[in-house]
Each structure stands twice: as C-alpha cells, then as structure tokens.
Write a protein that binds this ligand. Sequence first.
Ligand SMILES: Cc1ncc(COP(=O)(O)O)c(C=O)c1O
Length: 291
Amino acid sequence: MALADRDTTLILDNLAHACILDGTFLAAGSPGRAPEVRFFNHNSARSLERVLKTRERPNAMVLVEGIYSLDGDMGHLKAIVEVCERYNAVLVVDDAHGSGTLGVHGRGILEHLELEGRAPIVVSTFSKVFGGIGGIILASTDVIELIQHNARSFVFSATLPVPIVAAAATILTMLEDDGVALVQELQENARYMRGELVSRGFDLGLSDTHIMPVMVRDERKAMILHQMLFDRGIYMVPITYPGVKPGEERLRVNITRGHTRAEMALALDCLDELGAACEIRKQDQVAPAAP
Ligand SMILES: Cc1ncc(COP(=O)(O)O)c(C=O)c1O
C-alpha cells in the first residue's frame, strides 16, 4: 500500500493470495493514492504484457507469488521477470511458501529459477517454514525506509515479540548452515508423496511443489473427508469457497521434511479408503447402470 500512488498501476496475478488483494484494496481506498488496479491471467506473461501495454498510469508494479498457496504451482517467473524488465515495471514476489523450501540452499523461487537479483522487492513470512508470525521485506535501503515511514500497518503497530524474532533467526541460521540438506530432505518427501498420490489416481490440479491439493470438487465431501482424516490423526486442510471457486474444493496436502515414510503411508492408505467411499477419483465413481 505504501508503495502505490495515483501514478501507479498495480497488476496482480488473478490467483494472488488474499493478503496481496487486501494490501491492494487498502491502497486503492486511500484518499489521495487510488492507484489503478488490474489483473492478468494466472501465470501468463502474455496476459501480463497486454495489461502493461494498456495501463492508464505511468508507473507499474506487478505482484506475484513464488508458489501459489492453494494450487501449489510455482510462479512462471522467468517469463514474468523478462516482461517486467522490458516494460520497466517493479516486480514484487511474495515467496511465503518458497522461502526455505525451493532453491538448492532454500533461498526460494528466485534461487530455484536462477533469477536472484532480478526482482527488486521480495516479501516472505515468518510463519510456514519459520513456524512463527510476521514477515520480511527484502529490497533496497530506499524502498525499506519508504515503507518504514509510510506503511500504516508498520508505523502504528508494535514490533514483533522477541521470542518470534529469536525463533526466526534460529531457522535462518539453520538454513545458512545446513540449507542444502534440509531442502533435499523436504524435496525427497515431496517426491515420494507426489508419486504415490499420482499413482493412486488422485488429481493434484496444477501442483508442481510440496504443496499438493487433492481435488475433491465438492464442499461437503471436502469437509467430511477432512473430519474423517482428522479423526485418524491426519491433518489435511479443507479449502472451500471463498478460498477457491465453488466446484474447486480440495484438501491441501502440505508435506514437510519432518514427515516420516510411515506417516505418509498411513495418510495415503486412509485417503485411498476414504477417497473411494466419497468417490473423489474417476476410478471410484460407479458408472450408472444401463437402462
Ligand atoms: C502467498 C502468501 N502470502 C502471504 C501469506 C500470509 O502469511 P502469514 O499470514 O502466515 O504471514 C500466505 C499464507 O497463506 C501466503 O500463502
């Protein structure tokens, strides 16, 4: 919000996270600021280029994610960075799910795609991999100072609690010291789970990361499956409207490096059994009897 004014067009991927939308709406509703707000088709550099060409304000800021949190797919940042550079647009990457999980050392989507230094602003969270609350912004000193003096959410709220900062600092040190092994362990678990889910016929939508939505496409079934799995000690978050459109309901499988093979095998067996009962896969659906 602090970075956009009446000379700015904010351009968002149309699957951008709710917090990106909320920041955008705050800017759009602020007296005297009111940037133009536009959307481009999910992960489409071509659609982004069309919006950049037809925008009404001189400055452009493009807001995307490293990993889209509900679909588990990576941002197509190679093409998006190239378009932003060509149109002199400022790229903001929210790497909440990529920090500590992507890239050889866990530095995120930009390390993974060999784009470090090509996004002028990166934001991330101290939840997810860090297990806390709050977040970080990585940008030039000028940008950071502008935010520190203009962002109402920063100026008028207390600092993060010391234990949260200590925990985040500890995780950062772990990543610096041992990131390669930590990321490898996570990716190994994710590869195993993905292979098993796919071979058992589950539809994982767009996912190409450790976040794997198991598509259910029915709100009641998603809630019932979540509860039945929970009763067996397995936590898969149900994602329903307004998180996703009606008909795109899903259970989110979020693999960590801490999951054991035994835990993943149990989750897979339970999903197999309960998924069959709820008929969420093509193979579970009984063909209607011939007339
Ligand atoms: C892409 C993205 N950005 C930001 C957030 C907000 O993170 P938090 O509220 O945990 O700091 C999330 C949480 O799901 C997210 O997926």
